[in-house]
Design a protein around this ligand. Structure first.
Ligand code: ADP
Ligand code: ASP
Ligand code: MG
Length: 414
């Protein structure tokens, strides 16, 4: 008997009909002989609506209270789902994060899962129930409700799949699978049959909102196959899995833009051992997640240091930098909020040359100015003006033929 975790995103549980349809899918898997756990998101745009409600009363609500509020969205879905299953004649039980011992750290609004007590879920599965778990939420050691960050239900689902030893984690969403780029921004993007954890991890952390990045970290670490599929049809979707040698044949698998970015520059900091460590330790202490870091030596005594962060961390980051700037003799600080990052990702980059050149040429032809460049073994990212981001994405997609099926791309043969 296999165990399946099925995660349903907001659009897939948006109304009564969609809840019934999701319930039907779980029953079908159950009738095929599987143990079934459903992980659900808040319905439709409910999380956004709750955030708007909060801001109407307080422009700067505490993160603890925000987590209390936002966790209610998922809790509504799971109880409704259990009622729908019951009405369809199936034994079902819903749980919130605390009830299944989903323990996280205390970083409200972006908590990280520390442990899950799977006993309760397993017991109910053994009793023949379909178990429905609220995504996105957990509880810290002191009993405070926490949330895992926007899109975090994916991470709840994969982490739960690990905890109960599930055979597969299926992510049901409003697209047919993972595409070579966000189909809303590049409608000619093609669907991928498979993608490696490493590529998906890069895409997710660089703005492909289709999967929460942490979920892929869990999948990779524990080798959980993750299948991303549409909740509206039976297409097989995309399998996120371990890398196989054939994947290296594809130069670039996907491209992204990330727009909710800000850049902070510290000009003229001390060029001495320990300066960067001091700055980033302070940012980490403030729970700021830093993306790309660029440091340039100006003279034997001074250096410029800049880094990018998401907008949601900007206020915390500014505060942390103000506290530390004197200690590192920083001459001035600048902040830019109108930047975006365009990236190309592919494990094939490891073994091919010329990818950076092709990307820079594409951006030049599209008359996009490149503000900074960062790379990893399997990605190239350029910071660009936010108002040029869409143009940059299309140029990069065209340059790497991300509108053609993989086998028709001439670039891969170069
Ligand atoms: P859910 O509510 O089901 O979690 P999300 O909105 O979080 O759904 O994720 C699905 C959306 O992700 C799609 O509608 C699509 O616009 C977006 N997306 C971004 N990048 C990609 C990509 N590379 N492939 C597929 N979808 C993508
Ligand atoms: N409901 C949360 C959000 O909208 C979590 C999720 O959907 O994954 O971000
Ligand atoms: Mg999502």
């Amino acid at each position: 008997m296999a165990t399946v975790v099925q995660k349903f995103g907001g659009t897939s549980v948006a109304d009564a009909e969609k809840i019934r349809r999701a319930a039907g899918r779980a029953i079908k898997a159950y009738n095929e002989g599987n143990k079934v756990v459903m992980v659900c998101s808040a319905r439709g745009k409910q999380t956004d609506e709750l955030i708007a409600d909060a801001h109407e009363l307080n422009p700067n609500p505490s993160k603890r209270e925000m987590d209390m509020l936002l966790a209610t969205g998922e809790q509504q879905t799971v109880s409704l789902m259990a009622m729908a299953l019951d009405a369809m004649g199936h034994k079902a039980i819903s749980f919130n994060g605390a009830q299944i011992g989903m323990v996280t750290d205390s970083a409200h609004s972006k908590a990280r899962i520390q442990s899950i007590d799977a006993k309760r879920v397993k017991k109910q599965l053994d009793n023949g129930h379909i178990v429905i778990v609220a995504g996105f939420q957990g509880v810290d050691e002191k009993g405070n409700v926490t949330t895992l960050g926007r899109g975090g239900s994916d991470t709840s689902a994969v982490a739960l799949a690990v905890a109960i030893g599930a055979d597969v984690c299926e992510i049901y969403t409003d697209v047919d699978g993972i595409y070579s780029a966000d189909p809303r921004k590049f409608p000619d993007a093609v669907k991928l049959e498979e993608i490696s954890y490493d590529e998906m991890l890069e895409l997710a952390s660089l703005g492909a909102g289709v999967m929460h990045g942490r979920s892929i970290e869990f999948g990779k670490k524990y080798h959980v196959p993750i299948r991303v599929r549409s909740s509206l049809n039976d297409n097989p979707g995309t399998l996120i899995t371990d890398e196989v040698p054939q994947m290296e044949g594809i130069l670039v698998s996907g491209a992204t833009i990330q727009k909710d970015l800000a850049k902070i520059g510290l000009l003229g900091v001390d060029n001495t051992p320990g300066t960067a460590a001091q700055i980033f330790a302070h940012l980490a202490g403030a729970n700021v997640v830093v993306n790309d870091i660029i440091q340039v030596e100006l003279s034997p005594d001074k250096a410029n240091l800049s880094f990018t962060i998401s907008h949601s961390d900007l206020e915390d980051a500014k505060k942390a930098i103000n506290e530390i700037k004197k200690e590192v003799n920083c001459q001035s600080v600048f902040v830019r909020e109108d930047i975006a990052e365009v990236s190309a990702v592919g494990v094939g980059m490891r073994s091919h040359s010329g990818v950076a050149n092709a990307m820079f040429n594409a951006l030049r032809e599209a008359e996009v100015n490149v503000d900074a460049i960062t790379t990893s073994e399997i990605r190239i990212s350029c910071l660009v003006n936010e108002d040029q981001a869409e143009r940059a994405l299309v140029a990069v997609c065209k340059a790497f033929e991300l509108d053609k099926p993989e086998e028709e791309r001439t670039y891969n043969e170069a």
